[in-house]
Design a protein around this ligand. Structure first.
Ligand code: PHE
Length: 343
């Protein structure tokens, strides 16, 4: 085909007419191929430019390129126009207003009640200057018993019956008190720590007992620490955790690693201390505590002539049960979301 500007004009007229007549996307796609494709009309014309006399070549080249751009734009514009028409032509029933679709409910979890209780306990004691210390759950006999004044054959071992590993004399710790020893071995006073974590006891399971539960140990060792400091600390803790209306009851107790030893109970929030099925005569035991035995300080390489301290150990599960009025400790480990969702 010989190429001249008149020829290009004819291509342009034809292309414009066919593009505006195209009624659907497929036709437009075919038109793009026919006009601009490798074997397209315009491509052929461009190829023929080389045979033009030199004085016409550049004018025709410019015209051909402009036409190429124009066709491309017209194809795109027509496609948009067709899409617009299609949307406008849709019957009301055929389209949806997405702003009216209710969003799918997102099911959102939350922290386990034990974690919630521990977070609160940690916050309360951090206000009193305590830091969190951790120890191993698999312990040796020395840290779990001997260093706490419970030598082999001591009758107190019956209270802390454990699970023993087949080798090496290791056991699953029966309380968090070994963390007291481990921390003292590595630090000198002033010491203020709480040590939370799982503990294990070989015992029958019922509504109040599990073979795995959680304790939060506390240890404070400084100069001139007395029983009144311990009682004040328990009082502050109980008020912060359970509310100012709860009373606390301190009674005598016995632990080989504290001297003297006490037990602390909080008045029951369900019966207000008059006695009900959830408590024992209006009170709920929350912790064992006492002044750290001088030999235990020595075992931790701390001089009992210079320093004194107190320690306490509370059952985290008990505290969570008290705080959230949970009647059965086993619920805390069942992972039943119908139960957990309530807290
Ligand atoms: N370890 C004791 C228990 O498991 C609790 C306790 C801790 C008592 C610290 C006194 C001091 O029963």
């Amino acid at each position: 085909m010989s190429v001249n500007v008149g020829n290009l004009d004819a291509i342009a007229v034809d292309a414009r007419q066919r593009i505006s007549a195209a009624a659907d996307e497929a036709t437009l796609n075919q038109l793009r191929i026919d006009l601009l494709g490798k074997k397209g009309v315009l491509t052929g014309a461009l190829r023929g430019l080389g045979s033009l006399p030199a004085d016409q070549r550049s004018a025709a080249g410019a015209r051909a390129n402009a036409l190429k751009t124009e066709i491309d734009q017209r194809l795109n514009a027509r496609r948009q126009e067709l899409e617009q028409n299609r949307l406008q032509g849709l019957a009301d029933s055929e389209w949806v207003d997405v702003t009216f679709i209710p969003e799918a409910a997102v099911s959102r979890g939350h922290l386990h009640p034990l974690t919630q209780a521990l977070t609160e306990i940690t916050a309360i004691f951090s206000r009193l200057g305590y830091e969190v210390a951790l120890g191993p759950e698999v312990e040796d006999d020395y840290h779990n018993f001997q260093a706490l004044n419970i030598p082999e054959g001591h009758p107190a071992r019956d209270e802390w019956d454990s699970f023993y590993l087949a080798q090496g004399g290791w056991l699953l710790r029966t309380h968090t008190s070994p963390v007291q020893i481990r921390f003292m071995e590595a630090h000198q006073p002033p010491i203020r720590i709480i040590a939370p974590g799982p503990v294990y006891r070989h015992e029958a399971t019922d509504a109040g007992h599990e073979s795995q539960f959680h304790q939060v140990e506390g240890l404070l060792v400084e100069e001139d620490i007395r029983m009144s400091d311990l009682v004040g600390t328990i009082e502050y803790f109980s008020r912060s955790m359970f509310g100012a209306e709860r009373r606390i009851r301190i009674s005598g107790d016995h632990f080989p690693f504290t001297e003297p030893s006490i037990g602390a109970a909080v008045s029951c929030g369900i019966c207000q201390g008059t006695g009900c099925g959830s408590c024992k005569g209006g009170w709920l035991e929350i912790m064992g505590a006492g002044m750290v035995h001088p030999q235990v300080l020595r075992n931790g390489r701390i001089d009992p002539e210079r320093y004194s301290g107190f320690a306490f150990g509370m059952g985290l599960d008990r505290i969570a049960m008290l705080k959230y009025n949970i009647a059965d400790i086993r619920r805390l480990r069942e992972s039943d979301v119908r139960f957990l969702r309530q807290f």
